[in-house]
Design a protein around this ligand. Sequence first.
Ligand SMILES: Nc1ncnc2c1ncn2[C@@H]1O[C@H](COP(=O)(O)OP(=O)(O)OP(=O)(O)O)[C@@H](O)[C@H]1O
Length: 582
Amino acid sequence: MDFVRPHIYAPIHRSEEEGISKEGDQVQVQDICDPVGEPLVNVFLLTMQAYIGIHQPNNLKEADLARKRLIFDEFFYLQLARLFQMLEGLGTQIERDGLLDKYRKPELNAVFIEEWSSLTKKFLKALPYSLTSSQLSAVSEIIWDLKRPVPMNRLLQGDVGCGKTVVAFLACMEVIGSGYQAAFMVPTELLAVQHYEHLLNLLDNMEEVLCKPSLSLLTGSTPSKQSRLIRKGLQTGEISLVIGTHSLISENVEFSALRIAVVDEQHRFGVIQRGRFNSKLYYNSISSLLAGTNSDGSSKSDVFMAPHVLAMSATPIPRTLALALYGDMSLTQITDLPPGRIPVETYIIEGNEIGFEKVYQMMLDELEAGGKIYLVYPVIEQSEQLPQLRAAAAELETISSRFEDYSCGLLHGRMKSDEKDEALRRFRSGEIHILLSTQVIEIGVDVPDASMMVVMNAERFGIAQLHQLRGRVGRGVRKSRCILFASTASGLTRLKVLEKSSDGFHLANMDLLLRGPGDLLGKKQSGHIPEFPVARLEIDGNILQEAHLAALKILGTSHNLEKFPDLKAELSMRQPLCLLGD
Ligand SMILES: Nc1ncnc2c1ncn2[C@@H]1O[C@H](COP(=O)(O)OP(=O)(O)OP(=O)(O)O)[C@@H](O)[C@H]1O
């Protein structure tokens, strides 16, 4: 039996296309990988040799080379499958070329402010602050995509509190300014309400425009009569922007001319779910076209297009992982924070009596100075199985009597939606000074003057997760502190990294190295990470990048892999492994 797999250079050899050079029987690896500097992987090494090399190497160098070659294959076919599938979804050759071009030269893809729609410019002018330079380039990149007849599929990432939301709002304004609709989907009702109120405020500040965007909120708790009206408004095009939870993708929601779907905290949604979201919206756009309800008279081909998708992630995902998970997405990173932010001072303290007394005193000082405090607990109720865990509901009374001059509130996932909103509203307005909560506040909660956080049993949380939690403070001009209580000595040591660094990307990389991708992303998401028999994402990221470029190069030469039949056969054999399912 022949174990030799098709080699990527063999089919390339047949190509007469520009950019793929031939030298005897071999293709230059530089041509495939477009590398800056030394190529990492010797693709001339036959897969057969690699198998022998990894089992019976003559020396370490040979084993290493073989390992890299096999890893390259694993990554390459994954990337090829993702991109191939994405190209298959596009209609024309021009669209496909355009898309590949975009991946190849991301630095060229930006639009100057002058070319933004007048609605977007007015919205920008009405903001109570100036955008940071990286927010500005993120918006420019996104608007460049929005102006093209190819659906955008972009991941916007940045550290906690860097201001992703406003970037997404500006993207929505751009499509609304051109007569289309926008949908903004978030994973929790709490976040939906917060975004809705935030945007209402920003729109209020805006000087009169011909037609202000009409905004709605649609969640599972929206009363059915109101929900019916909103759905009607979306169907007729009366509502131009809807913010909501999963309800937005339920079957009975139809849009008149949906042009962008923003998916906030996208890693909370699975890969398949993301796809379903996209195809559902696509279907809706098509169905409205067939029904002839294209309100603004835009061209047929223009509407006959899946909506642009802007996904946002607040957990900075190392680039490697982002490529493995979302190889089919372009990546925009916000790399700076709004000016005036003071880094949060972090202390790791042993959770014993002395430690608690010390922290209670710090809390009192903070409250007397006018601060607001989050107390974060790993569980809601005390558990018999895990008695060492402190519980939010169980401690409400103790904390209330300890700080009797101040008011305390409770926030956790088991409360009803309106109770949660109310608790957060009271904390925001200053009626509550200490909010005892679980990790429901981890994502997106924005109370800029909250100035202190105390996390109980911090060893129960991942590093990246704690960084997210910590990001709930230090969002305003006030100096903030974060105290992490560790109940075990090993926990104390592991958490020390948070004392030293406040860089989310660095911490996410640390988490990836220390605990692997599963723990970094959480159970739900880690189920979507492809399994690699040889490769380890945490250390082989640069090979993944190279494999990504190689896949782009190949598809740039032949979109449907017609010129590479062996590759195509190999891909279809591997496909079940390459493409992920829930
Ligand atoms: N350029 C800016 N200058 C000053 N403040 C800003 C700027 N951009 C955003 N903000 C403010 O910073 C805070 C954080 O913004 P936002 O909630 O969008 O962050 P985020 O990136 O979504 O972070 P997280 O994922 O932690 O929620 C908000 O109060 C927002 O109004």
